[in-house]
Ligand binder design. Structure first.
Ligand SMILES: Nc1nc2c(ncn2[C@@H]2O[C@H](COP(=O)(O)OP(=O)(O)O)[C@@H](O)[C@H]2O)c(=O)[nH]1
Ligand SMILES: [Mg+2]
Ligand SMILES: [Zn+2]
Length: 351
């Protein structure tokens, strides 16, 4: 810690987490925040400072979700070996692209998700809605940071556009290089707060983080490497603490951010549509034919925006496709294990 004083509230150990530790554990164990992940190596921060820990092998057998990610709280025994993760208050994940449909976990226990987009080419309401759904899906509070306000004539136009989206989203315009960034972002960066930055590459995430940390850091860039199958994986991820302030998490450049399984995100961002939909004549209405469709009627009356509906249907289809492919995957797994059992039974076991 930069000020030499470590207090759990300073690093974000809220009552929500404290309550998960038994009195007995309080006596014998300690808690540390996972501030870095690099393959099987974790960087942990506790009252004694920062240390590296190699994750014991049995942890590697757990699902991705059950393994530590940055932002997690880890309970350690007296020998500083990990006992268990504390239940997360939020997590940020996305589905990776391609056939695998694997969920990729980005960070845990994020209080505020800064969705960064610039007031120019990058600005797309439908993308912002997707990010908003992602934030709600993971249970963090989104705030839209509109950078490069210095490069457009009317930055307020962009702010109004965002704030007119369903759900009263908060948006702030800024020049990410300005010396006032710490002041502008202060409402979300009090001690113990954890914030993450999400957005396309080039929109100013690193510039913002550098401004907040008060130094030029290159360390926000996640190192990339290839795993044994030649796929790109991010091997290194870190969070950084501002002087006496919040934890900052940069997210690796993500071209594609697809929603996970959880429908809550969509429900929040598109609650207006879902409200109209409950009045459609037919249950399971696709809102694509006019027969008794209250959603299309709302569009006709100007109560709903066409783009908004189009985006909703698109994101919904994506999510349905995910469910289907997971079901197919499970089905395949089942058939495979039946086959294996059969082979074992017939004693043709060894290959
Ligand atoms: N004029 C202007 N340039 C900016 C602003 N924010 C970022 N930049 C520039 O845009 C480029 C990309 O910024 P960077 O922080 O690396 O984006 P990142 O990929 O999101 O981390 C850099 O050259 C920044 O100086 C801004 O608000 N105004
Ligand atoms: Mg960057
Ligand atoms: Zn309908």
């Amino acid at each position: 810690m930069s000020n030499g004083i470590f207090s759990y509230s300073n690093v974000g150990l809220r009552p929500f987490f404290q309550q998960q530790i038994t009195i007995e554990e309080l006596d014998n164990c300690s808690v540390a925040r996972v501030t870095g992940c690099q393959g099987e190596w974790l960087t942990l921060q506790n009252e004694e400072g920062s240390k590296q820990l190699k994750l014991p092998g049995k942890w590697r057998l757990l699902s991705h979700e059950e393994q530590p990610m940055i932002g997690d709280w880890l309970l350690l025994d007296s020998k500083l070996q990990p006992i268990r993760l504390l239940q997360r208050i939020s997590s940020l994940s996305r589905r990776s692209s391609g056939h695998g449909q694997q969920t990729q976990y980005i960070a845990a226990n994020i209080d505020t998700l800064f969705i960064v987009t610039s007031c120019n080419r990058d600005f797309k309401l439908s993308r912002i809605e997707r990010y908003l759904a992602l934030a709600h899906e993971g249970n963090s509070q989104p705030v839209i940071l509109l950078t490069k306000a210095d490069l457009v004539d009317d930055p307020e136009f962009y702010r109004r556009e965002v704030e007119a989206l369903n759900g009263n989203t908060l948006a702030v315009t800024m020049d990410a290089r300005s010396s006032e960034i710490s002041q502008i972002l202060k409402p979300w960066t009090a001690p113990g707060e954890t914030v993450a930055f999400l957005g396309s590459s080039g929109v100013g995430k690193s510039t913002l983080i550098n401004s907040l940390l008060g130094e030029v850091v290159n360390r926000t860039q996640a190192a990339r490497a290839q795993d044994s199958r030649g796929r790109h994986t991010t091997v290194s991820r870190h969070m950084f603490q501002m002087d006496d302030g919040a934890w900052l998490i940069d997210t690796p450049g993500m071209r594609e951010l697809r929603l996970g399984e959880n429908r809550e995100g969509l429900q929040k961002v598109f609650s207006d549509i879902e409200q109209f939909a409950s009045r459609c004549k037919y249950r399971g209405c696709s809102h694509e034919g006019v027969m008794g469709c209250a959603v299309l009627a709302a569009i006709q009356n100007g109560d709903l925006d066409k783009r908004h509906l189009k985006n909703y249907l698109k994101l919904q289809r994506e999510q349905e496709y995910l469910k289907e492919s997971q079901w197919q995957q499970r089905d395949r797994d089942r058939r495979f294990s039946r086959m294996v059992n059969q082979v074992k039974k017939n004693k043709y076991g060894h290959r």
